[in-house]
Design a protein around this ligand. Structure first.
Ligand code: G4P
Length: 532
């Protein structure tokens, strides 16, 4: 019986591909997500995912953003089936102010697709997000989008991707022209050609097998000049870039590149077909105690995201749990490690595109939404009893800091509760100064300050005020020598604070003061993330 159970768990694991799409806003992430869902039959029409997007023009209108955050619960995870695989797409906000959300979501994926706009090339947010994936050695596929527009030369783009993103690229498809002259893509991975017709539908029978690029039939299809260019370029690719190597990709050392146009649904299927073949199944996860393998029969999982219900009358939240090992079952008692207590869940939810379904069981790689009345914090783990703390869910140094003051002394209890819960959701980070216990909120963008103020007022009936605090970075401190920590504590009390977990943090006013502190305390290491 055990063996049979084991087998079925393994086949569930092998079926799953859990990934995130990352890009700079406007590169086409939403459009690509939508096309993938269409292929999986998870949605019926284009436009269904659009509402998920935080539009550029709404950046100053945080109410609009909150509304969209509310909608985005439904699209936080989009699951669909394609060619016998269960694909879980984890949504990652592209908006810079929500970067921390995105970093955390990336801890729950097994691979990523990076979307780049052919005209804009590698942009700032792409760089930041790819850096996070690279440190985690997440396998990444690149999709160069908007080939129906004029953009950068293909080889220049590959250079840029290697230079700015530190990737080792391996083109698996190659464009024939671009913009007005865009004729289609040659699929290097499976040696065939697909011709482009703007806004045309793409179906399987449009693929033209070309076993030999020197064949005259190529000229009949795309014309002699384009055929010659293609032959030359493919020749160059074969000489300059390595052949695809599954192992190198799985280790994060090789990045396949595809070209296409998401809006025209062109080149997307090539990538998806390759993705389901090569993308890794749920991987083992590192915990402080040991490595946890998905095939272990005992269930484990961790919370990587908490989403508040936007309806103030229902203050419940949804905690998103990534299953790491074993089988998660509804109405079963599990161990909440941090709180040292048993919990069971009667309505665990899976998100199938825009539909929510209550599920009975879930497997490694799956993301389950758990209704939560305030029991969870980001990073919490659930197990069948074992004490496990999963690694890789760090906090990063915020970019902006402000003191938070109570503006209504009658409501200090509400304020404290509200701030605590919003921090647990990961909206921002709270630091408490060592010298005077004053509270500091740190965020990635200015937007969160408004969001916090608004939500405190509307959900917790509390009022807060901010006081500017020119601050450069928060650095977590460590040292092998306890005396060195004691020394910095006594000499730099004004600059020290505790983070949410009581870890010691140095608040640096500028890059220069940080450098000075590092020089003055050579035995102390200053880290820009809470995990080191
Ligand atoms: P994002 O989620 O990465 O922010 O990008 P999104 O998919 O929303 O795409 C950003 C814009 O780029 C959209 O136009 C979208 O239609 C367009 N786009 C996406 N893929 C392609 C493509 O292959 N070719 C071309 N030419 N455009 C593409 P928009 O005008 O901002 O929005 P909308 O009015 O079309 O909704």
């Amino acid at each position: 019986m055990q063996a049979i159970l084991g087998m079925s768990l393994q086949s569930e694991i092998d079926k799953r591909k859990t990934f995130g799409i990352i890009s700079h806003p406007d590169a086409g992430k939403t459009t690509l997500t939508e096309k993938l869902l269409l292929f999986g039959g998870a949605i019926q029409s284009a436009g269904a995912v659009k509402s998920n997007k935080i539009k550029k023009h709404a950046t100053s209108d945080f109410m609009e953003i909150e509304k969209q955050r509310g909608i985005s619960v439904a699209t936080s995870v989009m699951a669909f089936e394609y060619r016998d695989k269960q694909i879980n797409i984890l949504d990652t906000p592209g908006h810079k102010d929500f970067a921390e959300d995105t970093y955390r979501t990336l801890t729950a994926v097994d691979s990523a697709i990076v979307v780049i706009d052919v005209a804009k090339g590698v942009e700032e947010q792409t760089e930041n997000l790819v850096k996070v994936c690279r440190t985690r050695k997440t396998p990444m596929i690149v999709f160069i989008n908007k080939m129906d527009r004029e953009g950068k030369d293909g080889f220049d783009l590959l250079d840029e991707v290697e230079g700015k993103l530190g990737m080792h690229v391996c083109p698996l498809s190659w464009p024939i022209g671009m913009g007005q002259r865009f004729q289609g893509v040659y699929n290097i991975y499976s040696n065939n050609l697909r011709l482009f017709s703007a806004h045309g539908k793409q179906s399987d029978n449009e693929t033209i097998e070309i076993s030999n690029l020197n064949d005259d039939s190529l000229e009949n299809l795309i014309g002699k000049p384009a055929a010659n260019v293609l032959r030359e370029e493919i020749n160059t690719i074969k000489q300059v870039y390595p052949d695809f190597d599954q192992d190198a990709y799985a280790k994060g050392d090789m990045n396949p590149v595809f070209f296409g146009s998401a809006i025209n649904n062109f080149g997307v299927k090539e990538m998806l077909d390759c993705f389901v073949e090569i993308a890794p199944p749920p991987l083992a996860r590192e915990a402080e105690e040991r490595i946890v393998r998905p095939s272990e029969e005992s269930f484990t999982g961790f919370v990587f995201k908490i989403h508040a219900n936007m309806d103030p009358k229902h203050r419940d939240r949804i905690a998103f749990l990534r299953i790491c090992s074993g089988t998660f079952q509804r109405n079963t008692n599990y161990y909440h490690v941090r709180q040292d207590k048993k919990m069971k869940f009667s309505n665990p939810t899976m998100f199938m595109a825009s539909k929510k379904n209550i599920i009975d069981d879930a497997f490694p790689g799956d993301i389950v939404g758990l209704y939560d009345s305030g029991n969870f914090k980001i990073g919490d783990s659930l197990t069948e009893g074992e004490i496990i703390h999963f690694k890789g869910i760090p906090s990063f140094s915020p970019e902006q800091f402000r003191f938070i003051n109570n503006a209504d002394p009658m409501k200090s209890k509400q304020l404290n509760k509200g701030v605590k819960q919003l921090m647990e959701e990961g909206v921002a980070q709270l630091f408490t100064k060592l010298d005077n216990n004053r509270k500091i909120i740190g965020t990635v963008g200015a937007l969160q300050f408004e969001v916090i103020q608004y939500r405190l007022e509307h959900e917790y009936q509390a009022k807060c005020e901010y006081e500017n605090m020119p601050m450069h970075k928060a650095c977590w401190l460590s040292s092998d020598n306890p005396k060195a920590i004691e020394e910095i504590k006594s000499r730099r009390k004004n600059n020290l604070a505790l983070d949410k977990d009581g870890k010691l943090v140095y608040l640096a006013e500028s890059a220069w003061t940080l450098k000075m502190a590092e020089e003055n305390h050579p035995e102390v290491t200053f880290h820009t993330s809470s995990e080191f």
